[in-house]
Design a protein around this ligand. Structure first.
Ligand code: 5CA
Length: 434
């Protein structure tokens, strides 16, 4: 993308409405703009980040056998009346009516809809287990939308749903999701701690929240310092092997970690290295048994032919919230420091003298090498402003092209995360980046 022709409206001043670093930086770096309270437009660079996160989430869901699909945002009220949640959900649900006076709603989550779809198509225990997911916009009419995309009213969520013939099967599905989540957050460049959690209005009795530690987080958390050292690198876990899954699950959950709702003082007293802090909930997984399948009449024929009510779980990731949470975890006074895996552009090419034949040619050569995926700062303006914008936007690499180096094909390569700079040929720089 050529910056001179892009809609990436960076701002020098600190926006007064933003209370936390990620919100300020998302506005300043031109990633999003608010269009109504708690509702955001994703501008080109922000949309790239959101898509990168969604891609990693999708890959790790599929790696444990979950199937990608897409359900609508607008739902009929009928199914919610069947589950009993239409009235129970309260004012957080955005209710609408169509021209025929039929009650509709903008989905805050999709348990009912998927239970209905499975009810229509799955008839036998042989068709289970099933795990399905989609990444779709949700609407919750939050009382206090705040911190930008962190607590929005419209937000992007990955929600997965599992259907198993019995409790034992549901536990295996739950553990598959635990595995997928730990791998997902690792690839996103953050440490998310799984914490025993309250199930809230969703219900059920087995639940974990995934919390990224940050001083601005909304949840109070208690955890064992062992989590800070724990390395969740891609372990060889066969997701088809229940013993493997159990071992992995026990390994990542055996240290004490809880939010204030589930804080157990007796268990806490036994933790040797106690840590208290604040954190951002970026994911939440639930097992809730037959809470929806039972009232909605979902049954399948069991092994002996008698009807069985499947056990379900649901598994959420706050995809749009993660953009803010990643920035809370990775920034400095100058701006965002994107992890390579989610950066909107792998590198920015900074042309220090637009119009100089040597600079222009070397920049074009660099830009062509990225096949349009890098950002080319071809704006005719002072170098200082370009450097400031590059640091603010947080590109992992900066390729700086000035007239002196250009004459001999040399560039300055800066790594945003460390500030480290080196002079090298364009070829050597490209080899380092890719
Ligand atoms: N049906 C279940 C799981 S699929 C569910 O809705 N879970 S949830 O309510 O915990 O939401 C899942 C994730 O969405 C949360 O962990 C959080 O990261 C994100 N989320 C929830 N509310 C908001 C919001 N208002 N703004 C941004 N992200 C949100």
């Amino acid at each position: 993308m050529r910056l001179s022709r892009s809609l990436i409206p960076t701002i020098k001043e600190t926006p007064s409405e933003a209370q936390i670093a990620s919100h300020r930086l998302m506005l300043r770096a031109g990633l999003v703009r608010q269009t109504a309270s708690g509702i955001y437009a994703w501008l080109p660079a922000g949309w790239k980040v959101l898509q990168n996160i969604a891609r990693i989430v999708t890959e790790e869901q599929e790696a444990v056998g979950a199937q990608a699909m897409l359900m609508p945002t607008i739902q009929s009220s009928e199914l919610w009346k069947q589950s009993g949640r239409y009235d129970a959900y309260g004012p957080e649900m955005l209710r609408l009516q169509d021209r025929h006076g039929r009650d509709l709603l903008y989905g805050p989550t999709n348990e009912e809809m998927l239970t209905d779809l499975v009810r229509q198509s799955v008839n036998s225990y042989r068709d289970l287990p099933q795990i399905l997911f989609h990444i779709q916009w949700k609407f919750r009419d939050e009382v206090r939308p705040r911190f930008g995309v962190m607590r929005g009213r419209e937000f992007l969520m990955k929600d997965a749903y599992s259907f198993d013939i019995d409790y034992e099967g549901a536990v295996v599905s739950y553990r598959k999701m635990m595995l997928a989540y730990m791998r997902t957050f690792q690839r996103l460049g953050v440490k998310a701690i799984p914490m025993v959690a309250d199930t809230g209005p969703i219900g059920g009795d087995l639940s974990h929240e995934f919390i990224i530690l940050a001083p601005t987080g909304e949840s109070q958390v208690f955890y064992d310092a062992a989590y800070e050292e724990m390395d969740f690198t891609r372990k060889a876990v066969d997701h088809e092997n229940p013993d493997d899954l159990e071992r992995f699950f026990n390994e990542v959950t055996h240290n004490y970690a809880a939010t204030d709702e589930k804080h157990d003082e007796a268990a806490w007293a036994k933790v040797a290295q106690q840590r208290e802090g604040r954190g951002i909930e970026v994911g939440h997984i639930f097992y809730f048994g037959t809470k929806y399948s039972q009232p909605m009449g979902l049954t399948v024929a069991g092994r002996d032919g008698t009807p069985v009510v499947p056990h379900m779980g649901s598994y959420g990731v706050g995809v749009s919230r993660l953009v803010g949470a990643l920035i809370e975890a990775h920034h400095d006074e100058a701006g965002i420091i994107w992890p390579d895996s989610v950066a909107p552009f792998p590198a920015v090419i900074i042309n220090l003298k637009v119009g100089d034949a040597g600079c222009d040619a070397l920049c074009e050569q660099a830009y062509a090498a990225f096949k349009g995926r890098a950002l080319y700062d071809d704006r005719d303006m002072r170098a200082g402003g370009k450097f400031a914008d590059a640091d603010l936007m947080g590109h992992p690499w900066q390729i700086v092209v000035g007239p002196r180096g250009a004459a001999t094909g040399m560039v300055e390569l800066k790594r945003r995360a460390t500030g480290e700079k080196q002079e090298l040929s364009l070829e050597a720089a490209l080899a380092l980046i890719t």
